[in-house]
Write a protein that binds this ligand. Structure first.
Ligand SMILES: *Cc1c(COP(=O)(O)O)cnc(C)c1O
Length: 397
C-alpha cells in the first residue's frame, strides 16, 4: 500500500525534531553533526537567532499579499543582490527549479523580443543538475531524470564539461544560451576550470548567446566568494540561485542583466508565492550576514584548515577515501569504498553527509561552523572510515 507521503525518496530512518548551529537532534534525543546542511541550504546553521528573529518579526506583521502589490522586503533583497553582483534585476521564486524555469523562459524571450525567434536552443553539460521541473529535467538530461516523462522539452544540447570541440560543434544558428553550474553539485562537486568558464564567456560574446550560471548550490558565500563564478573572474548574463539564499526558508531567484531581461515585460512571467514577505525577510537577513566584513574570508580560512585535516584523513584511510575536491565549504570526498557505505557509516557515527554522483560524499556544512566542530566532523569521518574498513575486511574474509 502506498504511503501517505508519495514514495519518491529513499529516506534514511532518521527523524529530526530540533536543530542548533550545525547540530540536529532526532526524536530519540540523539545529537547528529550536520555536514549536509539540508543540501547546502542552512548556510547559517539551524535555528540561527538572526534568521529566527527576521522570520518571527515578519510573521507577526504580515505573511503574504501576492505580487499584485509592492513587497518592501522583496525590493530590499533585490537591491542587496543587484548591488553585490553583475545583475541589474531579480525575479523571485520558491525553489531552484523555478529559478531555472525563469532563466529558460528569459533566454528564449530575449531573442524573440529582439527579432531572433529562431534562437531557442541551450547548450548544457554532462553531469549537470538543474532541478526537477519540465525544463529542469530537460536541461539536466540524463535518463534517470527524464525516463517516462516524455515528451521532454525540446531545445537542450548536451556536451561534456571541458570539451571545447564538442562545445563549438554544438553552437549553431538556433543556439540562444549556454547553461552551466560553475561547480557541479549533484554531479559530484566537479569543478569547472576558470579557463573553460572564460571560454564560455568568449563564445557567448562572439555568437550572441546568453551565458547562464546555475549557482543554486555553489552560490551565496558557500565557496568563500559571494558567488562561485567570481573565482574565475567571469560574469554571466543570467544566474539562478536558491538553497543558501533562504537559509532554510524556501526561496530562489533568477538574476539578470538589464539586456538579458529585456523581453520580460509585464505579464510575461509570475508566481503567487515568489518573493513573499516571509521568504524575503529571511533572504535579507542571510544576505546581510554573509556580506558582513570578514565573513567570506572566514569561510575561506576555515575551508583551508578543514581541507588540511581531510588530507590527513584520506592518507589514514586509503581504502575508503581517495581525495578531496571543491572550493570553500563546498567539498567532495571522492571515495574508494561505495559512497553510500560511507554515508551509512556516518549515520552510525552521528554525522550527516550527502552522497553525490561519481562516488563522492559531499561536505556542505553551515558556513559559520566553528574550528572545534570541524575537528569533531573529521573525528567522525575517521570513525565512519574505520567502520567501513571493518565491513570491507568482513567481505574479503
Ligand atoms: C538543488 C539544485 C537545483 C534544484 O533546486 P530545487 O530547489 O530542488 O528545485 C537546481 N540546480 C542546482 C545546481 C541544484 O543544486
Amino acid at each position: 500500500m502506498i504511503t501517505p507521503v508519495l514514495p519518491t525518496y529513499a529516506r534514511a530512518p532518521l527523524s529530526f525534531v530540533e536543530g542548533s548551529g550545525p547540530w540536529l537532534i532526532d526524536d530519540k534525543g540523539e545529537r547528529y553533526l550536520d555536514l549536509g546542511a539540508g543540501i547546502a541550504v542552512n548556510v547559517l546553521g539551524h535555528a540561527n537567532p538572526r534568521l529566527v528573529a527576521a522570520l518571527e518579526s515578519q510573521a507577526r506583521r504580515l505573511w503574504h499579499t501576492s505580487n499584485l502589490y509592492r513587497i518592501p522586503n522583496q525590493e530590499k533583497l533585490a537591491q542587496l543582490l543587484t548591488e553585490n553582483t553583475f545583475a541589474d534585476t531579480v525575479f523571485f521564486t520558491n525553489s531552484g527549479t523555478e529559478a531555472i524555469e525563469c532563466a529558460v523562459k528569459m533566454v528564449r524571450k530575449h531573442f524573440s523580443h529582439n527579432g531572433k525567434p529562431e534562437k531557442v536552443r541551450i547548450v548544457t553539460f554532462e553531469g549537470a543538475f538543474h532541478g526537477r521541473s519540465a525544463a529542469g529535467i530537460a536541461a539536466s538530461g540524463g535518463e534517470k531524470m527524464t525516463k517516462g516523462f516524455g515528451p521532454i522539452l525540446e531545445g537542450f544540447d548536451k556536451v561534456p564539461v571541458g570539451d571545447e570541440a564538442a562545445l563549438r560543434a554544438a553552437i549553431g544558428p538556433e543556439t540562444a544560451a549556454i547553461l552551466i553550474e560553475p561547480i557541479q553539485g549533484e554531479g559530484g562537486i566537479r569543478m569547472v576550470d576558470a579557463a573553460f568558464l572564460k571560454l564560455l564567456r568568449k563564445l557567448c560574446d562572439e555568437h550572441d548567446l546568453l551565458l547562464v550560471f546555475d549557482e543554486i548550490q555553489c552560490g551565496v558565500a558557500r565557496t568563500g566568494k559571494l558567488f562561485a563564478h567570481e573565482w574565475a573572474g567571469v560574469a554571466p548574463d543570467v544566474m539562478t540561485i536558491a538553497k543558501g539564499i533562504g537559509g532554510g526558508f524556501p526561496l530562489g531567484a533568477c538574476l539578470a542583466t538589464e539586456a538579458a531581461a529585456d523581453g520580460m515585460v509585464v505579464g510575461t512571467h509570475g508566481s503567487t508565492y515568489g518573493g513573499n514577505p516571509l521568504g524575503c525577510a529571511v533572504g535579507v537577513a542571510v544576505m546581510e550576514a554573509v556580506l558582513e566584513d570578514g565573513f567570506l574570508e572566514e569561510v575561506s580560512r576555515k575551508a583551508g584548515a578543514f581541507r588540511q585535516k581531510l588530507e590527513g584523513l584520506i592518507a589514514a584511510h586509503p581504502d575508503v577515501y581517495e581525495g578531496v575536491r571543491g572550493e570553500g565549504l563546498m567539498l567532495g570526498l571522492k571515495c574508494k569504498a561505495p559512497n553510500t557505505d560511507v554515508v551509512a557509516a556516518g549515520y552510525g557515527a552521528h554525522l550527516l553527509v550527502v552522497p553525490a554522483a561519481d562516488n563522492v560524499v559531499r561536505l556542505l556544512p553551515p558556513l559559520n561552523i566553528t574550528d572545534e566542530e570541524m575537528a569533531e566532523a573529521v573525528a567522525r569521518l575517521d570513525a565512519a572510515a574505520t567502520a567501513v574498513e571493518g565491513k570491507l575486511k568482513e567481505a574479503t574474509g
